[in-house]
Every structure is written in C-alpha cells, then in structure tokens.
Design a protein around this ligand. Structure first.
Ligand code: GLN
Length: 503
C-alpha cells in the first residue's frame, strides 16, 4: 500500500489539482493494490484498462484547462449490482454469470460523468441478500481487519454484507470510494464491520435505474468512503432526479459537502430507548453512550425518544423484502438473462435454470416471499407487514417532531468469523436489528467508525435523519468522526505507522 492509496477522495482531488500526482499515477497505485490483495476476494471483475483510460482522459481534461467534475480522476469501486455497460454484472449470482449489460445504471453514469474512474466490480451477497458476503456465488470476501496478525489459528472474518466487497476494498486501500446499495443495512453494516463510512440516502434520493432489483420499495444506492466529507462529495455526484426511475424524487440536491462541515451546536439528537435491546453487548452500549457524550460536548442537546414499534421491524422487513424479491427475481427464467439449463419442456428449462442458478439463501427468500404473498396468507403476513411498516414510519415522524437526528449503534456486534451464523438464518437476520427500521421508513442513515471492540475490530455508530435531510445526518456524523478520531487501518495491510489520515 503506497501513500496514494491512503488518501481520501477530497485529499486526492486536492493533490490532483496541485499536480502532486496525475490521475494515471493514482489509478496505477490502486490497480497494483487491487492485484496485490486478491486474497481478500473483494472484486468479481477488475477493470484496470478502463480505469487507466478514464484516468488518462481526466489528466488530459486537466491539462487542457477544461471543466472538471468533483470526482475527476478518482478511482472508485462499483458494487456488482450496478449495471455497467459492456462490463459483466452478476449480482453475485451464478444465474447472471456472463451477463454483460447493454446499458449503464444512472448512478454509475453520474459518477463517470463526474470524472470517476471505475477500477472494478465488487463482490457481494447473492442479489444483495445477506449480512456477511457468504452467499456470493463467487466465494466470500475476507475482512481486511482479520484475523489479527501473528495469531495462528484465528478464522478469517466476514466484511459484513451485502456490500462487503466495497467495504473491504476501501478499508484495504483498493479504492478511494465505492458504491453500495442498502435494502435493510447493506451499506451501513459492512461499513461498521470494516471501519469505514457508509451512507444510505433517503429512499428516492439516488436513482434505482440499472441497479439489479432486490426489494424495490427499500433498495437505495449510496456512498462508502473513508470519511464523512468524502461521503458527502460522492453522494452529491451520485444523487439527483432521474425520469427513468418513477420513485426517484424530483427535488434538488443541496450542497452535501458544505453540510458536513457545519457544527452541531444546538442540534437535538434523540436516543431511541427501544434500541437498548435485551442482551445487548456492553461494549456496544458503552460506545453508544460515548457517542451521546461526544455530541453533547460539541453543543448538541441529547434527549431520549421512543420508537415503540421497533421490535416489529425485523419480522416486518423479513416479510416485505422477500415478498418483493420473489416477484423481482421471477425474471430470471433462463430466457432473458445469463444462465440457461435446458430441459425437456419449457417448464423444465425454467426449473432447471432456477434450481442451478440460485443459491440457498436466494431460494429461501423466494420461498418465503411466495408464501407470504400467496392467496391464503397474504392478509396474515404481507398485508399485516405493510400496516406495521406504516406504524414504524409514523414512530419516526413523531420522534422527528422533537429531534433533528437519532443516534444508535449500527450493528449488534463487530465482524464475526466466516462460517459463523451460516447454519442459522435467524442469527444472521438478527444482525440487521438496528438498520432495518430506517430502511422500512425510507430514511437516510449513516454509519461512522467510532471505535474498536475489545478484540481490536471496528465498531460503527449510526445516525438516522428526517427524509431528505442527509445534511443533518452528515453534520452529526462529522461530529462523531471528529470526536472519535478513528484513523486505524487494518493491521495486516498497513505498515506500522498510521496512514496519512484525512480525519
Ligand atoms: N442483511 C439484509 C438482508 O439480508 C439487508 C441486505 C441489504 O440491505 N441488501 O436482507
């Protein structure tokens, strides 16, 4: 890892502007880092040639004095759930192996228009279903934080999921930023596990056009970065109204980066009492209380709030998300995309293709989703879940009548070992307990690295905001970041001296 791969986006942009290095040099450093860290399995496809070509164009634009985008010359990793024209897009599934989209997702188009150079497509849980990256058809991603160096016999750790490849790539210095998607926590939880910043914007802030659909009423793209300012910069480039996504909000984007530097004095922050769940680990609780104190010390007012329906969020999510998934995944039939396994009749071909193409977790979700939508059970499960979802959203609305932001843990634990929780889907689903409520309510939420566990692994704190108020989320997140001073890098990839921190 060289100094160039230690930079944040804003720092790298400043270095490019001062001609300290060129975009091609920056791209080369990251291409070498990616090649040197293949053991992490963070990428499904590497695109060094495209990255170099984009970097060379950026250098040329700069030399010619042409106008530059906010991410001009910045190497980014793209979660392999975003369709990228001419570059394989798999969603981490065997069923899409070899699928090369003829079009570009709006988010990646926006990022490229802002000058970014795509360095590769990152690994993820199959169809973004998971919290560990273990369900990927391309093998699990390893968390760059573990196992601790020199401790033989320790198991490799998961990076979280589903955007685990993106999170691992940033933590390991393989890209300056990455895209993630978050349906029930897939940006925030891996960000917490890998010690980076992950922001899920308000539902509707970023276009879903060209993102492989999991649960359409929940899916949202967002930035994963090394610091809060970078998340703001990247969000500004990704977001905006898109007529090709009917749920994309036709409202202008504020200057997110500016918001990230505003002080929190006078801000009212809520602590939801129902998030203090039974059996919560004492280190998570202690970190959460520390977060409260950090905000208070910077002049915010911290008060308790109540979100009474919190305990129904997880079961509600695990009805709504599989229901939508079962419908969205009906399109993978062996006719239109990717894999086809022949059969004697058309029905046989459908069945053979889907049986061979989908992994066990995706099959489980399709089964659950089909069940809860079936005629006899629709009212008892799906309809009920929709009603509870409305109550969860109302809880937040009520809370936001008195506070500007909510502070909570991101995940109930630090990264766990690869192989742990795989036999027990409920244990895996429980990992999403703090992230799904904001998803069901469509609210913006961000995980910021706030400290280390007793075992030396990163832990994140989560800030949830009002709909379309990413500015306050960024502002509170930056306050946590300032106080936490988290600048640790994964030990096995970083030389002993601390990286050129930008925090
Ligand atoms: N872990 C959650 C799930 O498995 C969330 C995934 C996501 O946000 N894409 O559904």
């Amino acid at each position: 890892m060289s100094a160039l791969t230690d930079l944040g986006i804003a720092e790298a942009a400043a270095g490019l502007a001062k001609r300290d290095f060129s975009a091609v040099e920056l791209a080369r450093a990251h291409i070498a880092a990616v090649a040197g860290a293949r053991a992490l399995n963070a990428f499904i496809v590497e695109t060094p040639d495209a990255a170099l070509a984009a970097a060379a164009e950026s250098d040329k634009r700069r030399q010619d004095g042409r106008s530059l985008g906010v991410l001009d010359g910045i190497p980014l990793a793209i979660k392999d759930l975003f369709c990228t024209e001419g570059v394989q897009t798999t969603a981490g599934s065997r069923i899409l192996k070899g699928f090369v989209p003829a079009y570009e997702s709006t988010v990646t188009r926006n990022l490229k228009r802002a000058g970014a150079a795509m360095i590769g497509k990152t690994n993820l849980d199959e169809f973004a279903m998971g919290s560990s990256n273990i369900t990927s058809a391309f093998g699990p991603v390893k968390n760059p934080w573990g196992p601790p160096l020199g401790r033989a016999g320790n198991k490799e750790l998961v990076p979280g999921g589903s955007s685990g490849g993106s999170a691992a790539a940033i933590a390991a210095g393989l890209a300056l930023g990455a895209t993630g998607t978050d349906t029930g926590g897939s940006i925030r939880q891996p960000a917490s596990f890998c010690g980076i910043v992950g922001l899920k914007p308000t539902y509707g802030r970023c276009s879903r056009f060209g993102i492989v659909a999991f649960a359409s009423s929940l899916d949202q793209a967002g930035p994963m970065t090394r610091n809060v300012k970078d998340a703001a910069l990247m969000l500004g480039a990704m977001a905006g109204h898109d007529p090709r996504d009917s749920t994309s909000a036709p409202i202008p984007c504020p200057d997110f980066a500016r918001a990230a530097i505003a002080p929190v004095k006078g801000l009212r922050v809520g602590i939801p009492k129902e998030y203090r769940i039974e059996g919560m680990s004492s280190e998570i609780d202690a970190l959460w209380r520390k977060g409260e104190q950090w905000l208070r010390e910077q002049g915010a007012e911290v008060v308790e709030v109540s979100l009474p329906h919190t305990r129904y969020a997880l079961p509600t999510y695990y009805i709504v998300a599989p229901a939508e998934a079962s419908s969205n995944l009906a399109r993978y039939d062996g006719v239109r995309f990717g894999l086809r396994v022949p059969g004697e009749t058309l029905d046989d071909m459908y069945m053979n293709t889907r049986a061979a193409g989908f992994g066990p977790e995706v099959r489980r979700r399709i089964l659950i989703g089909t069940y809860v939508l079936s005629a006899g059970y629709y009212d008892a499960y799906y309809l009920k879940a929709q009603k509870v979802r409305a109550l969860i959203a109302r809880d937040f609305r009520d809370a936001f009548a008195t506070v500007d932001a909510i502070l909570a843990p991101t995940a109930p634990s630090p990264a766990f070992a690869i192989g742990e929780k795989t036999e027990d889907p409920i244990a895996m689903y429980l990992n999403d307990v703090f992230t799904v409520p904001a998803s069901l309510a469509g609210l913006p939420a961000m995980s910021v690295p706030a400290g280390l566990s007793a075992g030396g692994l990163p832990l994140g704190l989560q800030i949830i905001g009002r709909a379309f108020d990413e500015e306050t989320v960024l502002r509170a997140g930056a306050a946590i970041e300032r106080a936490a001073g988290f600048d640790t890098r994964p030990s096995r990839l970083v030389p002993a001296k601390a990286g050129k921190g930008d925090r």
